[in-house]
Design a protein around this ligand. Structure first.
Ligand code: NAP
Length: 498
Protein backbone atom coordinates (compact mmCIF):
# COMPACT_ATOMS: atom_id res chain seq x y z
CA UNK A 1 0.00 0.00 0.00
CA UNK A 2 1.48 3.35 -0.99
CA UNK A 3 1.74 6.09 1.60
CA UNK A 4 -0.63 8.19 -0.46
CA UNK A 5 -3.41 5.64 -0.43
CA UNK A 6 -3.20 5.59 3.37
CA UNK A 7 -3.60 9.34 3.71
CA UNK A 8 -6.52 10.50 5.78
CA UNK A 9 -9.01 13.09 4.63
CA UNK A 10 -9.35 15.98 7.06
CA UNK A 11 -12.39 18.16 7.53
CA UNK A 12 -11.49 21.79 8.20
CA UNK A 13 -13.55 24.77 9.32
CA UNK A 14 -12.21 28.25 8.78
CA UNK A 15 -13.82 31.16 10.56
CA UNK A 16 -13.75 34.32 8.49
CA UNK A 17 -13.70 34.91 4.74
CA UNK A 18 -11.42 37.90 4.81
CA UNK A 19 -7.94 38.14 3.38
CA UNK A 20 -6.42 35.48 5.65
CA UNK A 21 -9.39 33.06 5.68
CA UNK A 22 -9.48 33.03 1.89
CA UNK A 23 -5.72 32.53 1.80
CA UNK A 24 -6.10 29.50 4.10
CA UNK A 25 -8.96 28.04 2.09
CA UNK A 26 -7.06 28.34 -1.19
CA UNK A 27 -3.91 26.85 0.37
CA UNK A 28 -5.96 23.82 1.46
CA UNK A 29 -7.71 23.45 -1.90
CA UNK A 30 -4.40 23.61 -3.74
CA UNK A 31 -3.12 20.81 -1.48
CA UNK A 32 -6.07 18.62 -2.44
CA UNK A 33 -8.05 19.17 0.77
CA UNK A 34 -11.60 19.88 -0.25
CA UNK A 35 -13.66 19.21 2.90
CA UNK A 36 -13.42 22.84 3.85
CA UNK A 37 -16.18 25.02 5.30
CA UNK A 38 -15.65 28.74 5.67
CA UNK A 39 -17.97 30.50 8.10
CA UNK A 40 -18.53 34.18 7.40
CA UNK A 41 -20.89 36.25 9.48
CA UNK A 42 -21.34 38.91 6.77
CA UNK A 43 -22.79 38.39 3.32
CA UNK A 44 -19.64 39.07 1.31
CA UNK A 45 -15.94 38.22 1.47
CA UNK A 46 -13.21 40.77 2.14
CA UNK A 47 -13.20 41.32 5.92
CA UNK A 48 -11.64 44.65 6.74
CA UNK A 49 -11.71 45.71 3.07
CA UNK A 50 -15.45 44.98 2.94
CA UNK A 51 -16.13 46.84 6.19
CA UNK A 52 -13.94 49.89 5.60
CA UNK A 53 -15.18 52.15 2.84
CA UNK A 54 -14.48 55.59 4.30
CA UNK A 55 -13.42 58.43 1.98
CA UNK A 56 -9.68 58.51 1.26
CA UNK A 57 -9.19 54.80 2.06
CA UNK A 58 -6.21 53.17 0.45
CA UNK A 59 -3.73 50.53 1.53
CA UNK A 60 -0.45 51.92 2.78
CA UNK A 61 1.53 48.89 1.61
CA UNK A 62 2.65 48.87 -2.04
CA UNK A 63 -0.02 47.27 -4.23
CA UNK A 64 2.47 45.01 -6.02
CA UNK A 65 3.32 43.53 -2.63
CA UNK A 66 -0.14 43.62 -1.03
CA UNK A 67 -1.57 40.75 -3.08
CA UNK A 68 -1.49 36.97 -3.05
CA UNK A 69 1.58 35.49 -4.74
CA UNK A 70 -0.73 32.92 -6.35
CA UNK A 71 -3.03 35.58 -7.82
CA UNK A 72 -1.04 38.59 -8.99
CA UNK A 73 -3.12 41.45 -10.26
CA UNK A 74 -1.52 43.23 -13.20
CA UNK A 75 -4.06 46.05 -13.16
CA UNK A 76 -3.61 47.87 -9.86
CA UNK A 77 -4.15 51.50 -10.77
CA UNK A 78 -1.87 53.08 -8.18
CA UNK A 79 1.25 52.48 -6.16
CA UNK A 80 -0.99 52.15 -3.08
CA UNK A 81 -4.29 50.56 -4.05
CA UNK A 82 -7.56 52.32 -3.19
CA UNK A 83 -9.70 50.31 -0.77
CA UNK A 84 -12.48 49.62 -3.30
CA UNK A 85 -9.96 48.14 -5.74
CA UNK A 86 -8.65 45.78 -3.07
CA UNK A 87 -12.17 44.68 -2.18
CA UNK A 88 -12.94 43.98 -5.81
CA UNK A 89 -9.68 41.97 -6.02
CA UNK A 90 -10.86 39.80 -3.10
CA UNK A 91 -14.30 39.24 -4.62
CA UNK A 92 -12.57 38.17 -7.84
CA UNK A 93 -10.33 35.78 -5.88
CA UNK A 94 -13.44 34.25 -4.28
CA UNK A 95 -15.00 33.77 -7.72
CA UNK A 96 -11.91 32.51 -9.53
CA UNK A 97 -10.93 29.97 -6.87
CA UNK A 98 -14.47 28.70 -6.44
CA UNK A 99 -14.56 29.74 -2.79
CA UNK A 100 -18.18 30.82 -2.73
CA UNK A 101 -19.30 27.18 -2.73
CA UNK A 102 -17.37 26.61 0.50
CA UNK A 103 -18.43 29.76 2.30
CA UNK A 104 -21.44 29.83 4.61
CA UNK A 105 -22.34 33.50 4.38
CA UNK A 106 -24.41 35.25 7.07
CA UNK A 107 -23.43 32.49 9.46
CA UNK A 108 -21.80 33.48 12.70
CA UNK A 109 -19.91 30.92 14.74
CA UNK A 110 -20.69 31.56 18.40
CA UNK A 111 -18.88 28.68 20.03
CA UNK A 112 -16.64 25.72 19.41
CA UNK A 113 -15.43 23.04 21.79
CA UNK A 114 -12.79 20.34 21.45
CA UNK A 115 -13.70 16.83 22.54
CA UNK A 116 -12.64 13.38 21.39
CA UNK A 117 -10.20 14.83 18.88
CA UNK A 118 -12.83 16.85 17.07
CA UNK A 119 -13.97 20.43 17.16
CA UNK A 120 -17.70 20.81 17.49
CA UNK A 121 -18.84 24.17 16.13
CA UNK A 122 -22.13 25.87 16.84
CA UNK A 123 -23.48 28.81 14.86
CA UNK A 124 -25.78 31.60 16.01
CA UNK A 125 -28.58 29.80 14.12
CA UNK A 126 -28.02 26.67 16.22
CA UNK A 127 -26.43 24.55 13.49
CA UNK A 128 -23.59 22.25 14.49
CA UNK A 129 -20.65 20.76 12.65
CA UNK A 130 -17.82 18.49 13.72
CA UNK A 131 -14.42 18.96 12.12
CA UNK A 132 -10.87 17.71 12.54
CA UNK A 133 -9.31 21.19 12.38
CA UNK A 134 -10.55 24.60 13.40
CA UNK A 135 -8.83 27.65 11.96
CA UNK A 136 -9.64 31.12 13.17
CA UNK A 137 -9.10 33.82 10.58
CA UNK A 138 -11.16 36.55 12.19
CA UNK A 139 -8.73 39.43 11.64
CA UNK A 140 -7.11 41.83 14.07
CA UNK A 141 -8.79 45.17 13.48
CA UNK A 142 -12.37 44.00 13.39
CA UNK A 143 -14.19 45.25 16.48
CA UNK A 144 -14.66 49.06 16.21
CA UNK A 145 -13.68 50.96 19.34
CA UNK A 146 -16.23 53.65 20.22
CA UNK A 147 -14.92 56.44 22.42
CA UNK A 148 -16.38 57.04 25.82
CA UNK A 149 -17.27 60.70 25.26
CA UNK A 150 -20.07 62.24 27.31
CA UNK A 151 -23.10 63.23 25.27
CA UNK A 152 -22.05 61.51 22.04
CA UNK A 153 -25.53 60.04 21.75
CA UNK A 154 -27.10 63.49 22.13
CA UNK A 155 -25.53 64.78 18.92
CA UNK A 156 -28.30 65.76 16.50
CA UNK A 157 -26.41 64.70 13.34
CA UNK A 158 -24.93 61.41 12.20
CA UNK A 159 -22.04 59.81 14.11
CA UNK A 160 -20.15 57.17 12.11
CA UNK A 161 -17.25 54.93 12.99
CA UNK A 162 -14.71 54.76 10.18
CA UNK A 163 -15.35 51.04 9.76
CA UNK A 164 -19.12 51.60 9.50
CA UNK A 165 -19.16 54.52 7.07
CA UNK A 166 -22.66 55.45 5.95
CA UNK A 167 -22.43 56.72 2.38
CA UNK A 168 -25.96 58.08 2.49
CA UNK A 169 -24.71 60.75 4.92
CA UNK A 170 -23.69 63.83 2.95
CA UNK A 171 -20.26 65.30 3.73
CA UNK A 172 -19.82 67.52 0.68
CA UNK A 173 -20.41 71.12 1.72
CA UNK A 174 -20.98 70.02 5.34
CA UNK A 175 -19.08 70.68 8.55
CA UNK A 176 -17.33 67.48 9.58
CA UNK A 177 -15.48 66.54 12.77
CA UNK A 178 -12.91 63.72 12.61
CA UNK A 179 -11.90 62.30 15.99
CA UNK A 180 -8.60 60.40 15.95
CA UNK A 181 -5.25 60.81 14.26
CA UNK A 182 -4.22 57.26 13.38
CA UNK A 183 -3.77 55.99 9.82
CA UNK A 184 -7.54 56.09 9.40
CA UNK A 185 -8.10 59.65 10.64
CA UNK A 186 -5.27 60.88 8.42
CA UNK A 187 -6.78 59.21 5.36
CA UNK A 188 -10.28 60.56 6.10
CA UNK A 189 -8.93 64.10 6.46
CA UNK A 190 -7.15 63.75 3.10
CA UNK A 191 -10.32 62.29 1.59
CA UNK A 192 -12.69 65.02 2.82
CA UNK A 193 -10.54 68.16 2.92
CA UNK A 194 -11.43 69.33 -0.56
CA UNK A 195 -15.14 68.70 -0.44
CA UNK A 196 -16.34 69.48 3.07
CA UNK A 197 -17.24 73.04 3.97
CA UNK A 198 -15.29 72.84 7.21
CA UNK A 199 -13.23 69.98 8.58
CA UNK A 200 -11.99 69.82 12.15
CA UNK A 201 -9.61 67.08 13.20
CA UNK A 202 -9.60 66.39 16.94
CA UNK A 203 -6.15 65.23 17.96
CA UNK A 204 -5.31 63.64 21.28
CA UNK A 205 -1.80 62.53 20.24
CA UNK A 206 0.21 63.76 17.26
CA UNK A 207 1.68 61.22 14.85
CA UNK A 208 4.79 60.93 12.75
CA UNK A 209 4.01 60.89 9.05
CA UNK A 210 6.33 59.79 6.28
CA UNK A 211 5.47 61.35 2.90
CA UNK A 212 5.02 58.96 0.02
CA UNK A 213 3.22 60.02 -3.17
CA UNK A 214 0.57 57.59 -4.37
CA UNK A 215 1.36 57.74 -8.08
CA UNK A 216 -0.87 56.14 -10.69
CA UNK A 217 0.52 53.30 -12.82
CA UNK A 218 0.67 54.07 -16.50
CA UNK A 219 -1.16 51.98 -19.06
CA UNK A 220 2.22 50.86 -20.36
CA UNK A 221 3.04 49.08 -17.07
CA UNK A 222 -0.35 47.37 -17.23
CA UNK A 223 0.37 46.02 -20.69
CA UNK A 224 3.84 44.92 -19.64
CA UNK A 225 2.55 43.07 -16.60
CA UNK A 226 -0.29 41.43 -18.50
CA UNK A 227 2.05 40.09 -21.17
CA UNK A 228 5.06 39.45 -19.01
CA UNK A 229 3.83 37.86 -15.76
CA UNK A 230 7.43 37.34 -14.65
CA UNK A 231 7.73 41.12 -14.29
CA UNK A 232 4.95 41.03 -11.68
CA UNK A 233 6.74 38.29 -9.75
CA UNK A 234 9.97 40.26 -9.94
CA UNK A 235 8.20 43.39 -8.68
CA UNK A 236 6.71 41.43 -5.74
CA UNK A 237 10.07 40.01 -4.77
CA UNK A 238 11.74 43.40 -5.12
CA UNK A 239 9.20 45.07 -2.85
CA UNK A 240 9.51 42.23 -0.38
CA UNK A 241 13.27 42.72 -0.19
CA UNK A 242 12.93 46.50 0.12
CA UNK A 243 10.32 46.17 2.88
CA UNK A 244 12.50 43.63 4.67
CA UNK A 245 15.45 46.01 4.58
CA UNK A 246 13.58 49.19 5.51
CA UNK A 247 11.44 47.64 8.23
CA UNK A 248 14.52 46.56 10.13
CA UNK A 249 13.99 50.10 11.44
CA UNK A 250 11.26 48.68 13.68
CA UNK A 251 13.23 45.89 15.27
CA UNK A 252 16.78 47.19 15.63
CA UNK A 253 18.60 50.53 15.68
CA UNK A 254 20.45 51.33 12.46
CA UNK A 255 20.49 53.49 9.34
CA UNK A 256 16.94 52.46 8.44
CA UNK A 257 15.62 53.90 11.69
CA UNK A 258 17.63 57.08 11.17
CA UNK A 259 16.50 57.42 7.56
CA UNK A 260 12.78 56.94 8.22
CA UNK A 261 12.99 59.19 11.29
CA UNK A 262 14.68 61.93 9.26
CA UNK A 263 12.06 61.64 6.52
CA UNK A 264 9.33 62.14 9.12
CA UNK A 265 11.10 65.15 10.64
CA UNK A 266 11.76 66.70 7.23
CA UNK A 267 8.10 66.17 6.35
CA UNK A 268 7.03 67.96 9.52
CA UNK A 269 9.23 70.94 8.58
CA UNK A 270 7.04 71.45 5.47
CA UNK A 271 4.29 72.72 7.79
CA UNK A 272 4.70 76.48 7.45
CA UNK A 273 2.88 77.75 10.54
CA UNK A 274 5.18 77.20 13.56
CA UNK A 275 2.22 76.88 15.93
CA UNK A 276 0.59 74.18 13.80
CA UNK A 277 3.98 72.47 13.45
CA UNK A 278 4.39 72.48 17.23
CA UNK A 279 0.96 70.92 17.68
CA UNK A 280 1.81 68.22 15.17
CA UNK A 281 5.14 67.33 16.79
CA UNK A 282 5.03 64.01 18.67
CA UNK A 283 7.00 63.55 21.89
CA UNK A 284 8.02 59.99 21.01
CA UNK A 285 10.26 58.33 18.43
CA UNK A 286 9.08 57.96 14.83
CA UNK A 287 7.66 54.44 14.27
CA UNK A 288 6.98 53.82 17.97
CA UNK A 289 3.35 53.84 16.85
CA UNK A 290 2.43 52.43 13.49
CA UNK A 291 4.09 54.69 10.97
CA UNK A 292 1.64 56.72 8.90
CA UNK A 293 2.31 57.10 5.20
CA UNK A 294 0.70 60.13 3.64
CA UNK A 295 1.75 62.58 1.04
CA UNK A 296 -1.22 64.89 1.45
CA UNK A 297 -1.95 65.08 5.19
CA UNK A 298 0.00 68.21 6.09
CA UNK A 299 -1.16 69.87 2.88
CA UNK A 300 -4.77 69.07 3.80
CA UNK A 301 -4.34 70.43 7.33
CA UNK A 302 -3.00 73.71 5.96
CA UNK A 303 -6.11 74.39 3.88
CA UNK A 304 -8.27 77.32 4.99
CA UNK A 305 -11.29 75.09 5.58
CA UNK A 306 -9.39 72.60 7.77
CA UNK A 307 -8.46 72.98 11.46
CA UNK A 308 -6.52 70.87 13.89
CA UNK A 309 -8.06 70.95 17.35
CA UNK A 310 -5.72 69.87 20.12
CA UNK A 311 -7.81 71.00 23.07
CA UNK A 312 -9.23 67.90 24.78
CA UNK A 313 -12.82 66.96 24.03
CA UNK A 314 -14.98 67.62 27.07
CA UNK A 315 -18.35 66.48 25.80
CA UNK A 316 -20.66 66.43 22.84
CA UNK A 317 -23.91 68.36 22.75
CA UNK A 318 -26.63 68.35 20.07
CA UNK A 319 -24.89 71.05 17.98
CA UNK A 320 -21.35 69.73 18.12
CA UNK A 321 -18.25 69.06 20.18
CA UNK A 322 -17.35 71.11 23.24
CA UNK A 323 -13.67 71.19 24.13
CA UNK A 324 -12.16 71.63 27.59
CA UNK A 325 -11.71 75.39 26.97
CA UNK A 326 -15.50 75.70 26.68
CA UNK A 327 -15.50 76.28 22.90
CA UNK A 328 -18.38 74.70 20.97
CA UNK A 329 -17.26 73.31 17.61
CA UNK A 330 -20.49 73.23 15.63
CA UNK A 331 -20.55 70.40 13.10
CA UNK A 332 -23.03 68.46 10.97
CA UNK A 333 -21.32 65.05 11.03
CA UNK A 334 -18.96 63.33 13.46
CA UNK A 335 -16.57 60.70 12.09
CA UNK A 336 -14.97 58.43 14.68
CA UNK A 337 -11.51 57.32 13.57
CA UNK A 338 -10.95 55.95 17.04
CA UNK A 339 -9.57 52.56 16.09
CA UNK A 340 -10.36 49.01 17.09
CA UNK A 341 -10.18 46.57 19.95
CA UNK A 342 -6.99 45.02 18.66
CA UNK A 343 -6.82 42.42 21.44
CA UNK A 344 -10.11 40.64 20.79
CA UNK A 345 -8.76 38.27 18.11
CA UNK A 346 -11.31 35.43 17.82
CA UNK A 347 -13.43 36.64 20.73
CA UNK A 348 -16.36 37.08 21.46
CA UNK A 349 -16.63 33.50 20.13
CA UNK A 350 -16.58 31.03 23.01
CA UNK A 351 -13.84 28.54 22.27
CA UNK A 352 -13.18 25.71 24.69
CA UNK A 353 -10.12 23.51 24.49
CA UNK A 354 -8.99 20.52 26.58
CA UNK A 355 -10.40 20.06 30.08
CA UNK A 356 -12.97 22.77 29.54
CA UNK A 357 -10.44 25.61 29.41
CA UNK A 358 -11.82 28.64 27.56
CA UNK A 359 -9.91 31.20 25.51
CA UNK A 360 -10.84 33.85 28.06
CA UNK A 361 -9.27 31.76 30.82
CA UNK A 362 -6.22 30.91 28.73
CA UNK A 363 -5.81 34.59 27.91
CA UNK A 364 -6.61 35.99 31.34
CA UNK A 365 -3.24 37.76 31.31
CA UNK A 366 -3.44 38.77 27.65
CA UNK A 367 -3.55 37.00 24.30
CA UNK A 368 -0.73 34.53 23.72
CA UNK A 369 -0.04 32.16 20.86
CA UNK A 370 2.92 29.95 20.08
CA UNK A 371 4.56 31.36 16.94
CA UNK A 372 1.43 33.47 16.57
CA UNK A 373 -0.60 30.52 15.28
CA UNK A 374 -1.40 27.95 18.00
CA UNK A 375 -2.21 27.65 21.70
CA UNK A 376 -1.49 25.08 24.40
CA UNK A 377 -4.61 23.10 25.33
CA UNK A 378 -6.30 23.98 22.05
CA UNK A 379 -5.35 21.01 19.87
CA UNK A 380 -5.89 21.08 16.14
CA UNK A 381 -6.78 24.73 16.35
CA UNK A 382 -4.77 27.35 14.52
CA UNK A 383 -5.15 31.03 13.89
CA UNK A 384 -4.05 33.49 11.28
CA UNK A 385 -3.03 36.99 12.35
CA UNK A 386 -2.88 35.84 15.97
CA UNK A 387 -0.95 37.57 18.75
CA UNK A 388 2.66 38.40 17.79
CA UNK A 389 2.18 37.91 14.10
CA UNK A 390 4.57 40.25 12.28
CA UNK A 391 2.74 43.51 11.66
CA UNK A 392 4.01 47.04 11.42
CA UNK A 393 3.74 48.33 7.84
CA UNK A 394 4.57 44.93 6.27
CA UNK A 395 2.21 43.12 3.88
CA UNK A 396 -0.17 41.07 6.00
CA UNK A 397 -0.97 39.02 2.91
CA UNK A 398 2.63 37.79 2.88
CA UNK A 399 2.30 36.94 6.59
CA UNK A 400 -0.99 35.08 5.96
CA UNK A 401 0.65 32.99 3.24
CA UNK A 402 3.47 32.02 5.62
CA UNK A 403 0.98 31.06 8.33
CA UNK A 404 -1.30 29.15 5.95
CA UNK A 405 1.66 27.09 4.67
CA UNK A 406 2.73 26.34 8.25
CA UNK A 407 -0.79 25.23 9.20
CA UNK A 408 -1.02 23.10 6.06
CA UNK A 409 2.23 21.42 7.17
CA UNK A 410 0.48 20.26 10.37
CA UNK A 411 -2.62 19.12 8.53
CA UNK A 412 -0.40 17.19 6.13
CA UNK A 413 1.29 15.41 9.06
CA UNK A 414 -2.16 14.53 10.37
CA UNK A 415 -3.11 13.20 6.92
CA UNK A 416 -0.05 10.99 7.03
CA UNK A 417 -1.21 9.63 10.39
CA UNK A 418 1.64 11.10 12.45
CA UNK A 419 -0.80 12.20 15.18
CA UNK A 420 -4.46 12.68 15.88
CA UNK A 421 -4.19 15.94 17.70
CA UNK A 422 -1.46 18.51 18.14
CA UNK A 423 -0.99 21.58 20.31
CA UNK A 424 2.13 23.42 21.43
CA UNK A 425 3.18 22.68 24.99
CA UNK A 426 2.86 25.31 27.69
CA UNK A 427 6.62 25.11 28.27
CA UNK A 428 7.37 25.83 24.60
CA UNK A 429 4.92 28.73 24.62
CA UNK A 430 6.46 30.19 27.79
CA UNK A 431 9.95 29.82 26.31
CA UNK A 432 8.81 31.54 23.12
CA UNK A 433 7.43 34.45 25.14
CA UNK A 434 10.63 34.70 27.18
CA UNK A 435 12.59 34.84 23.92
CA UNK A 436 10.34 37.60 22.58
CA UNK A 437 10.43 39.59 25.81
CA UNK A 438 14.23 39.50 25.69
CA UNK A 439 14.19 40.85 22.12
CA UNK A 440 11.60 43.60 22.68
CA UNK A 441 13.95 46.25 24.12
CA UNK A 442 15.70 46.45 20.73
CA UNK A 443 12.47 47.37 18.98
CA UNK A 444 11.24 50.88 18.37
CA UNK A 445 7.87 50.02 19.92
CA UNK A 446 9.32 50.09 23.42
CA UNK A 447 10.90 53.54 23.10
CA UNK A 448 8.06 55.22 24.99
CA UNK A 449 4.60 55.70 23.53
CA UNK A 450 1.14 54.23 23.80
CA UNK A 451 -0.61 52.51 20.93
CA UNK A 452 -2.81 49.57 20.04
CA UNK A 453 0.41 47.61 19.53
CA UNK A 454 0.82 47.29 23.30
CA UNK A 455 -0.81 44.56 25.33
CA UNK A 456 -2.16 44.91 28.88
CA UNK A 457 1.34 44.19 30.24
CA UNK A 458 2.73 47.16 28.28
CA UNK A 459 4.66 44.92 25.89
CA UNK A 460 4.13 45.11 22.13
CA UNK A 461 1.98 42.29 20.78
CA UNK A 462 4.23 42.15 17.75
CA UNK A 463 6.97 39.93 16.34
CA UNK A 464 10.24 41.51 17.53
CA UNK A 465 12.34 40.30 14.60
CA UNK A 466 12.16 40.68 10.85
CA UNK A 467 9.30 39.18 8.83
CA UNK A 468 11.94 37.10 6.98
CA UNK A 469 12.88 35.47 10.27
CA UNK A 470 9.22 34.70 10.86
CA UNK A 471 9.08 32.99 7.47
CA UNK A 472 12.17 30.94 8.34
CA UNK A 473 10.84 30.00 11.77
CA UNK A 474 7.45 28.89 10.50
CA UNK A 475 8.92 27.21 7.45
CA UNK A 476 11.40 24.99 9.28
CA UNK A 477 10.42 21.46 10.36
CA UNK A 478 8.78 21.78 13.78
CA UNK A 479 10.71 20.71 16.86
CA UNK A 480 8.39 17.94 17.98
CA UNK A 481 9.39 18.18 21.63
CA UNK A 482 7.63 21.56 21.67
CA UNK A 483 4.30 19.99 20.82
CA UNK A 484 1.97 17.61 22.50
CA UNK A 485 1.08 15.00 19.91
CA UNK A 486 -1.64 12.53 20.72
CA UNK A 487 -2.67 9.32 19.01
CA UNK A 488 -5.98 7.68 19.64
CA UNK A 489 -6.30 5.29 16.79
CA UNK A 490 -3.95 3.39 14.56
CA UNK A 491 -3.15 4.67 11.12
CA UNK A 492 -5.34 1.89 9.70
CA UNK A 493 -8.31 3.05 11.76
CA UNK A 494 -11.68 4.02 10.42
CA UNK A 495 -10.57 7.37 8.97
CA UNK A 496 -7.87 5.90 6.77
CA UNK A 497 -8.84 6.19 3.12
CA UNK A 498 -7.74 3.40 0.85
P1 NAP B 1 -5.63 53.95 15.84
O1 NAP B 1 -4.31 53.96 15.20
O2 NAP B 1 -5.84 53.10 17.04
O3 NAP B 1 -5.97 55.46 16.18
C1 NAP B 1 -7.10 55.80 16.94
C2 NAP B 1 -7.08 57.29 17.16
O4 NAP B 1 -8.24 57.66 17.87
C3 NAP B 1 -5.89 57.76 17.99
O5 NAP B 1 -5.45 58.98 17.48
C4 NAP B 1 -6.50 57.92 19.38
O6 NAP B 1 -5.83 58.84 20.20
C5 NAP B 1 -7.85 58.46 19.00
N1 NAP B 1 -8.84 58.31 20.04
C6 NAP B 1 -9.32 57.15 20.56
N2 NAP B 1 -10.22 57.43 21.50
C7 NAP B 1 -10.32 58.78 21.60
C8 NAP B 1 -11.06 59.68 22.40
N3 NAP B 1 -11.91 59.23 23.34
N4 NAP B 1 -10.88 61.00 22.23
C9 NAP B 1 -10.01 61.45 21.30
N5 NAP B 1 -9.28 60.67 20.50
C10 NAP B 1 -9.43 59.33 20.66
O7 NAP B 1 -6.80 53.54 14.80
P2 NAP B 1 -6.84 53.63 13.22
O8 NAP B 1 -6.40 54.97 12.74
O9 NAP B 1 -8.17 53.14 12.80
O10 NAP B 1 -5.72 52.64 12.77
C11 NAP B 1 -5.65 51.35 13.32
C12 NAP B 1 -4.76 50.53 12.44
O11 NAP B 1 -5.48 50.19 11.27
C13 NAP B 1 -3.53 51.20 11.93
O12 NAP B 1 -2.51 51.30 12.87
C14 NAP B 1 -3.20 50.30 10.78
O13 NAP B 1 -2.55 49.14 11.22
C15 NAP B 1 -4.57 49.95 10.26
N6 NAP B 1 -4.89 50.79 9.10
C16 NAP B 1 -4.26 50.48 7.97
C17 NAP B 1 -4.50 51.21 6.88
C18 NAP B 1 -3.79 50.83 5.64
O14 NAP B 1 -3.73 51.63 4.76
N7 NAP B 1 -3.20 49.64 5.52
C19 NAP B 1 -5.37 52.29 6.90
C20 NAP B 1 -6.01 52.58 8.08
C21 NAP B 1 -5.76 51.82 9.18
P3 NAP B 1 -4.57 58.37 21.08
O15 NAP B 1 -3.50 58.08 20.06
O16 NAP B 1 -4.27 59.50 21.96
O17 NAP B 1 -5.01 57.14 21.80
Amino acid sequence: MSTDSRRRTPSVAIIGAGMSGMCMAITLLRAGISDVTVYEKASEVGGTWRDNTYPGLSCDVASRFYQYTFFPNPTWTRFFSPGAEIQSYFTQVADDFGLRGLIRFDTEVVEAAFAEHKWRIRTAGGEQQEVDFLISATGILREPRYPDINGLNDFRGPVMHSARWDHSVPTTGERVAVIGTGSTGVQIVCGLAQTSARLEMFQRSPQWVVPFPNLPYSRRTDVLRRHLPASGRLAYRTYQVVYEILLRAMVEPGWQRTLLGNLCRANLRTVRDPELRRKLTPDYEPMCRRLILSDGFYRALQRDNVDLVTEAIDHVEPRGIVTADGVLHEVDVIALATGFDAHAYMRPMRLTGCDGVSVDEAWAEGPKAYLGVAMPNFPNMFMLMGPHSPLGNYSLIAVAETQADHILGWIDRWRAGQFDSVAPTQAATDAFYAEMRAAMPGTVWTTGCTSWYLGADGLPELWPWTPARYGERLGEPPALDRYELRHVRPIDGEKVSR
